[in-house]
Design a protein around this ligand. Structure first.
Ligand code: HEC
Length: 153
């Protein structure tokens, strides 16, 4: 009789133990679900996935950098872009109000990749009929142009 009770007690402890484990597992699954939701929220934007630039935090406005960017813009972009009027491509004044900094810098550095894969760039191509071409611009120069465009919003 005593032995039977001992078994019963062991059984209860074991059953309780399992259900407790089960509880933990469920919690674990909830956490995993929450993690994947967070991962989805933090998923890189389409333009970041296309690259080459994946992140671009614009800090305080840098007027010296913008002046370098203006010179580059005048030399390399004005054949096709104005700030206020369409030329061969869209007007770029205020472009950072409608596009992310990563979008703009990747359009400068990798227009072919952007036009192949980014729906917004593709919509532009449909409107302008001419693809923007790779211009062999270095990342530092492209960054300066972004700073210039930022001041022209
Ligand atoms: C040969 C003409 C040409 C030159 C040169 C050119 N672009 Fe473009 N650009 C275009 C065209 C056309 C588009 C519209 C999308 C398309 O068809 O590719 C465009 C699109 C863009 C866009 C995307 C605008 C948007 O709203 O999505 C940005 C940003 C841009 N160009 C920046 C520049 C910069 C900066 C330069 C100079 C470094 C430059 N482009 C030089 C023709 C040009």
């Amino acid at each position: 009789m005593k032995i039977a009770r001992l078994f019963l007690a062991l059984f209860v402890v074991a059953a309780f133990g399992f259900s407790a484990c089960g509880g933990e597992n469920t919690e674990g699954t909830d956490n995993a679900a929450a993690d994947s939701t967070m991962a989805m929220e933090a998923a890189p934007s389409m333009e970041a996935q296309i690259g080459p630039v994946t992140e671009l935090e614009l800090g305080a406005y840098d007027a010296v950098l913008a002046a370098t960017g203006e010179a580059a813009f005048t030399a390399k972009c004005t054949a096709c872009h104005g700030l206020d009027a369409k030329v061969i491509g869209p007007a770029l004044g205020g472009v950072l109000d409608r596009r992310s900094p990563v979008y703009v810098i990747n359009m400068i550095l990798n227009p072919t990749g952007m036009l192949e894969s980014h729906p917004d760039a593709q919509a532009m191509l449909a409107e302008y009929a001419v693809p923007m071409v790779p211009l062999g611009i270095e990342e530092a120069e492209a960054r300066a142009i972004v700073e210039f465009l930022r001041g022209e919003g």
